[in-house]
Ligand binder design. Structure first.
Ligand code: NI
Length: 395
């Protein structure tokens, strides 16, 4: 069988891919707790007789399928973790783990990659080179324990890989559309915390205090001027405050106030400028209100930057599967994605597989308790992944 036949026959895999998705949807697990998920993937991959299959990165799985003869190595990655969200979809195959849910579509990502593995197996005799599948844990984690870091640090996992691809089912994009772009696709994700320390006291005697809550309030307003006054208007960034913490009683002025937020952009220099800006504002506004300020700034994820050639290879391949007019260049999003760590090391590309369809109720935002995917796109997604691997190795 060659890949053209597989593309034509892709619909034949629909039942299998859908069944994977539903089975995995029932057992959502948080990052690095994906034991049942890992066991499921392992069993399904073993049934395909890969040249190599092993658990790694704690709860991840990787497998190698060698084709016919020597050639390049292409990798495909699916993320496997779920979220601490209580499912309210009411679907027949809803989460069996109360309080946890596949609310981002990673169940579909696993199903598509398992489907792609099966398709590639059928074409194995004609595959030039080898395909490495990476089922990566813990994509959703915020802080330095991202699964992609663990995979990259594993050393052997990406050894010799010439190109890497990944895809996300994407509800903001209509079903049937494949979204691609060259260059920055998703933003970096930084987090920051400012601690303002003053001098607390009685709420009725503010003159005897150095009130850090007033400094914090001024600081939140001042942070809005990074985007409006300091950033080149042709560029984009986000600076948001997500947490304000201070005090505990109506008649006590606290001695500390704390703000935490996120900063997003597509360029390392903007991230550095943002950190310097927050520090300058925090220290100077703090000083103006007789408080001290301390900034903790963390770079959790670099921006996801697609290699232009690999992005075009995917778009070109996608035309055969989604239809020429359904492959669209999309604007970048401010969301973060730990696929960025792979793209720092290896040329590759990340794609959005549209699955938003109001009639099917699959247009809820990601991470929402009613989020679901349009299952009709899973098989196309699997065929797309298999075809990308094929195109990279055989063309
Ligand atoms: Ni996701």
């Amino acid at each position: 069988m060659d890949m053209k036949e597989i593309e034509r026959e892709a619909a034949a895999y629909e039942g299998v891919v859908r069944a994977h998705r539903r089975a995995l949807h029932r057992i959502p697990e948080l990052g690095y707790s994906e034991q049942k998920t890992q066991a499921y993937i392992l069993k399904e991959l073993q049934a395909l007789a890969p040249d190599e299959v092993r658990v790694f990165a704690q709860t991840g799985v990787r497998a190698v399928f060698r084709g016919n003869g020597q050639g390049r190595v292409v990798a495909f990655r699916a993320d496997i973790d779920a979220l601490p969200v209580k499912e309210e979809t009411g679907c027949a195959f809803a989460s069996e783990h109360p309080g946890f849910m596949h609310a981002c579509g990673h169940d579909g990502h696993m199903a598509m990659l398992l489907g792609a593995a099966r398709m590639l197996c059928e074409a194995r005799a004609q595959l030039r080179g080898s395909v490495r599948l990476i089922f990566q844990p813990s994509e959703e984690s915020a802080d330095f324990v991202q699964g992609a870091r663990a995979v990259v640090e594993d050393g052997r996992a990406l050894d010799g890989v010439d190109a890497i691809f990944g895809a996300h089912l994407w509800s903001p994009l209509p079903s049937g559309v494949l979204g691609w772009r060259a260059g920055p696709m998703m933003a970096c994700s930084d987090s920051w915390t400012v601690k303002l320390r003053g001098q607390g006291g009685h709420g009725a005697s503010p003159h005897q205090t150095h009130d850090p809550t007033v400094a914090a309030a001024q600081l939140i307003c001042a942070l809005q001027t990074f985007v409006s006054r300091e950033l080149d208007p042709q560029k984009s960034a986000v600076l948001s405050t997500g947490v304000m913490k201070a005090g505990g009683a109506f008649n006590v002025i606290p001695s500390e106030a704390e703000l935490t937020g996120t900063a997003r952009s597509f360029e390392p220099q903007i991230s550095r400028d943002c950190e310097a800006f927050i520090r300058r504002m925090a220290e100077n506004i703090g000083a103006a209100f007789r408080c001290t300020a301390e900034l903790d700034y963390r770079r959790n994820l670099p921006p996801t930057v697609n290699d232009a050639e690999m992005a075009r290879l995917g778009a070109e391949t996608g035309r055969g599967i989604f239809g020429a007019d359904m492959v669209r260049e999309v604007p970048p999003t401010m969301g973060g994605e730990d696929f960025s760590f792979y793209l720092e090391k290896i040329p590759g590309a990340f794609f959005f597989i549209g699955c938003g369809d109001a009639a099917k109720g699959s247009d809820w935002p990601h991470h929402h308790c009613k989020f679901t995917i349009d299952e009709s796109q899973l098989c196309k997604g699997a065929a797309f992944e298999a075809a990308c691997a094929w195109a990279f190795l055989n063309q």
